[in-house]
Design a protein around this ligand. Sequence first.
Ligand code: UGA
Ligand code: MN
Length: 253
Amino acid sequence: PFIYFITPTHFRAAQKADLTRLSYTLSHVPNLHWIVVEDSDELTASVAEILKRSRLPYTHLNARTPPTQKMKYSDPNWTLPRGVDQRNSALLWIRNQLAGVKNGVVYFGDDDNTYDLKVFEEMRKVEKAGVWPVGIVGGMFVETPILAENGTIIDFNAVWKRERPFPIDMAAFAVNITLILSNPNALFSFDVPRGYQESTFLENVGIHRYNMEPLAEKCTKVYVWHTRTEKSKLSKEMIEKLTKKRGFNELEA
Ligand code: UGA
Ligand code: MN
């Protein structure tokens, strides 16, 4: 099955660095279509160049987060959900362009995570929705489903908001494209409590927590890490200069 790898991305000093690294990872993966959605008013040349150089099949879109939903440069990272409109734009593209496709898997891959190539082979095994451990997330070394002897999911080890229907990170799961196509109303939203993006989406495509398919050797292996790139401390002058160049206040808006 083809992998549709959806990456929301936004401008900051490390954007090009993070996307370059990700493109080098993805360029090792056969049968992968990279859907990159910029959080901007228009497509930028610098992202276009990375996509072109990757030699991957790709789709380049943009969807700007409305200013009221956009965090300030100085905000702590958790104040508002990120990637909402960008992932939705990719889902709409899939529903418009890939209607009728039966063989494919959709994954939400952020631009700053670290991916072992083995995670892509796990994704291809997904029947409805697959799940696996994620490293360095939710205040844990590894956040993972907990399996019974017979291999079924009985719990999750998450500590942060463990009462969520799916106490897992965006990087922890992939779903069959048919679920995306047959549930056209399943979208991300600014109107869900913090930490509930994953749960709301999975519920909306008709998945229940115990019938996800545990992958990565019965959830004993970590093939993706929620690494975060340190926010660069730019000078006020540099922020103003970049802001001017891009025509709107991207760093502060
Ligand atoms: C965690 C999860 O891993 C994300 O999947 C989830 O979207 C996020 O929390 C959330 O709560 O919304 P975290 O590392 O804190 O991730 O988030 P970022 O990496 O800063 O952002 C997630 C993705 O959205 C990235 O690919 C980033 O480039 C993009 N993004 C971020 C935008 O498109 N616009 C923004 O203003 C900020
Ligand atoms: Mn991140």
